[in-house]
Design a protein around this ligand. Structure first.
Ligand code: NDP
Ligand code: 2IT
Length: 445
């Protein structure tokens, strides 16, 4: 049996109840098959793939907190430090009821390759909790964040592990967690978290970075394939941090974003999604998209899923994992969609990805196309350690440069291994090579 097949089998046997983790591993191992074949004996001798598919460290903890009625609530917390070969562990925190060990492991595994692609020195990690922020008061969120950090603080640090936001964790939650960290440690250690507020060490453009970066790489991918993003109709899923700033940048680059969605329904706005209204509904009121429809009489609100049925040129999944399945891929192809560029982490299932690629749709995986968020987190870490702040324009320029470099690196890697245009293979190969080289250089550790 080939080394890749042996490890695929081993991961399945060792993690039988972790479908998301197995899905992420399957994609990466298939992509790097040709690279592994060229170095099979050496990699096997060093057990490289065994080590690369196991988290280096994995913490699970209990988070007790008191709700507004005085009742004790208990949630489960996680931090998975997947691979630290190229830098301190780095990756977001997710608060959502679907969080479990499989989701944490898939996200931290993906993060390892994503962080490698940015060109910055960051290892891969992820954390979070099954806590559901929906319907919680601000005080409840604060008490939960404080209890979460009371446990998490033991495992993190500017040179050890640097968390940030993800689903359900934005500036408010990072603020509460930073406050608790500062109180526990009795010192101001700004570099321990990224996505901080601007008044206490945050970076300009971090809020916008993932969505903006997604559109910079989308523009470059279209350009290199003979198309212009300007004038294109774009469908977006999600209505959170990534979706909102993807929509804003799509407008700025001359495209027309016509949809967004949340966990209960979706909007089709024939005039294009109005960013100010979306931000008012989601960032200020923290409400459902029904309120968007109430404020925009020409917009249509539908319950459930459905954005992929809308005719478009470009599709940007920006909500969550496995939100674009085979039937959605078929609908997109039938409607003439030319590009699917992932804003979320692993939003497209493996069979849907293959269908899109087989039908000539330009497809870029999230570990490349959503890397702008963690890249600007890396820039926030640099600013914190230098105790200085760059302007919005400076950070935005660096972000644009990083996204364009990521695309050309993965495009070149795909060509080098005879898979021109396969950006999934290119991203996984380019991300893998740096991590593998660092691991081999550092010996058996
Ligand atoms: P937010 O919490 O800001 O927004 C998430 C959005 O997706 C919300 O509109 C939410 O709906 C919707 N959503 C979440 N889970 C589900 C679900 N299970 N089913 C349907 N809809 C869902 O998160 P982000 O925008 O930060 O993250 C979105 C994606 O982007 C995630 O995959 C994340 O891992 C990825 N990502 C985020 C980065 C960042 O910097 N924030 C960086 C790179 C990737 P509702 O409003 O109802 O909650
Ligand atoms: O998935 C991701 O890359 C993030 N949620 C951002 C991580 C970070 O450390 O900024």
């Amino acid at each position: 049996m080939s080394y890749v097949d042996e490890i695929k089998q081993r991961v399945k046997v060792q993690n039988p109840s972790q479908p998301e983790f197995n899905q992420a591993v399957e994609e990466v191992l298939e992509s790097v098959r040709a690279v592994v074949e060229r170095n099979e004996e050496r990699y096997r001798r060093e057990a490289l793939l065994e080590r690369l598919t196991m988290p280096e460290r994995n913490f699970t903890f209990t988070i007790p907190w008191v709700d507004d009625n005085g009742n004790v609530q208990v949630n489960r917390g996680y931090r998975v430090q997947f691979n630290g070969a190229i830098g301190p562990y780095k990756g977001g925190l997710r608060f959502h009821p679907t969080v479990n060990l499989s989701v944490m492991k898939f996200l931290s595994f993906e993060q390892t390759f994503k962080n490698s692609l940015t060109g910055l020195p960051m290892g891969g990690a992820k954390g979070g909790s099954d806590f559901d922020p929906k319907g919680k008061s601000d005080r409840e969120i604060m008490r939960f964040c404080q209890s979460f950090m009371t446990e998490l603080h033991r495992y993190i640090g500017a040179d050890e592990d640097v968390p940030a936001g993800d689903i359900g964790v934005g500036a408010r939650e990072i603020g509460y967690m930073f406050g608790q960290y500062r109180r526990i440690r009795g010192a101001y250690k700004g570099g321990v978290l990224t996505g901080k507020g601007l008044s206490y060490g945050g970076s300009l453009a971090r809020t916008e970075a993932t969505g903006y970066g997604l559109l910079y790489i989308t523009q470059e991918i279209l350009k290199c394939n003979g198309h212009d993003l300007a004038g294109k109709t774009v469908v977006v899923s999600g209505a959170g941090n990534v979706a909102t700033y993807a929509i804003q940048k799509a407008w700025e680059l001359g495209a027309k974003p016509v949809t967004c969605s949340d966990s209960t329904g979706w909007i089709y706005d024939p005039e294009g999604i109005d960013v100010a209204t979306l931000r008012e509904v989601k960032e200020v009121r923290r409400a459902r998209l029904t309120e968007y429809a109430a404020l925009r009489p020409n917009a249509q609100y539908h319950e459930g899923k459905g954005v992929w049925t809308v005719k478009c040129d470009v599709a940007l999944p920006c909500a969550t994992q496995n939100e674009l399945l085979i039937d959605d891929a078929k609908a997109l192809v039938a409607n003439g969609c030319m590009a699917v560029i992932e804003g979320a982490n692993m939003p497209t299932s493996l069979d849907a990805t293959k269908y899109l690629q087989d039908n000539g749709v330009l497809f870029c995986p999230g570990k490349a196309s959503n890397a702008g968020g963690v890249a600007v987190s890396g820039l926030e870490m640099s600013q914190n350690s230098e105790r200085r702040s760059w302007t919005f324009e400076e950070v935005d320029e660096m972000l644009k440069g990083i996204m364009i470099r990521i695309f050309h690196n993965l495009d070149d890697a795909a060509r080098e291994y005879g898979m021109e245009g396969n950006y999934v293979a290119g991203a996984n190969i380019a991300g893998f090579l740096k991590v593998a080289d660092a691991m081999m250089s550092q010996g058996v550790v």
